[in-house]
Design a protein around this ligand. Structure first.
Ligand code: B12
Length: 245
């Protein structure tokens, strides 16, 4: 049994009940599909995990986090909650060295440090539908961004972080391909069009009947512009009002 099996179980034990999912991959699977500028510089069979937030993360992690912690006013509240849980993971795995890379982290030249959708695809977490997955696409010169679809959550999830266990090689880890849950050309076209042209209405998320989705409350939270989210949480009584200056 490779070290990755034990690590995966322990990670799931730490994060599943909080509404997160984790999927393992080898760095070379990720680097193997990307342009060299995006490569992660670790040995090829280094063990890494992609961390997704399921719809239940809002109830299971975010609300308890708000109740128990003082928010920093200048950082996104969800990001604070996710990094709190990743810090706890690092504590639980203190015998290992883990590099945590978040979805929002950029290099000084503004290039994202990790392409989360590629990581989700190569780990088998969620199929990454890209323009090139549509034969004879109808979009001519338009730029079309790709989107990951999860077999149980459809588009109702986010890809939060990649954890690299820099001291663990996992040559025995077998690659699981993601489930192709949008197999037809027509459905892929409407998925990509919804994601690119109408993402605000969230319709792309319902490309398949999801087993779990965001609650009305969670949807409202995520459709509220980031600058107004703290006010929304105050209104809901989830956090204390700002004391007068
Ligand atoms: C920058 C960014 C944006 C930019 C540009 C989008 C883009 N894709 O370039 C803007 C601001 C427009 C944007 C918008 C949105 N975004 Co955005 N965005 C990102 C971010 C931070 C980086 C994406 C990026 O720059 N990619 C760089 C390009 C070059 O990558 P790429 O096109 O995938 O190209 C690579 C692949 O093609 C790969 N490749 C080549 N061949 C193959 C073969 C295979 C099999 C594979 C797997 C890969 C592969 O190689 C290429 C690079 O060499 C990611 C988070 C992250 N760190 O990944 C979120 C992310 C992509 N966004 C996300 C979302 C949800 C949105 C929005 C709906 C807004 C929102 N947050 O709610 C909108 C929707 C798009 C729209 N209509 O505007 C989600 C997508 C989730 C999902 N289910 O896929 C992400 C992953 C954030 C998250 N935390 O979950 N976004």
């Amino acid at each position: 049994m490779g070290a990755h099996v034990e690590i995966l179980e322990k990670l799931q034990g730490a994060l599943q009940a909080q509404g997160f999912e984790v999927y393992p991959f080898q760095i070379c699977w990720y680097n193997g599909v990307l342009d060299p500028v995006f490569h992660l510089s670790y040995p090829p069979d280094t063990l890494a995990f992609v961390v997704l937030s399921a719809p239940s993360m809002f109830e299971k992690s975010f609300k308890p986090f708000l109740a128990q912690h003082e928010l920093q006013s200048l950082r996104d509240p969800i990001d604070q909650c996710v990094s709190y849980h990743m810090a706890r993971v690092k504590e639980r795995f203190s015998a290992h060295n883990i590099d945590v890379i978040y979805d929002y982290e950029l290099h000084p030249n503004r290039r994202p440090k990790v392409l989360m959708q590629t990581a989700a695809h190569v780990s088998g977490a969620a199929y990454y539908y890209q323009r090139k997955d549509v034969e004879q696409d109808p979009w001519e010169k338009r730029k079309m961004y790709g989107v990951c679809i999860h077999p149980r959550f459809g588009g109702w999830f986010a890809i939060r972080a990649v954890l690299v266990f820099t001291d663990v090689q996992a040559p025995g880890l077998e690659q699981t391909l993601p489930i192709d849950c949008v197999p037809s050309r027509e459905d892929r076209i409407s998925l990509l069009e919804n994601f690119n042209f109408n993402w605000k209405d969230g319709k792309y998320r319902d490309v398949l009947p999801a087993k779990e989705k965001y609650s009305a409350e969670q949807t409202l939270y995520f459709t509220t512009p980031p600058a107004e989210r703290l006010n929304l949480l105050r209104l809901w009584g989830q956090i204390q009002p700002t004391p007068p200056c």
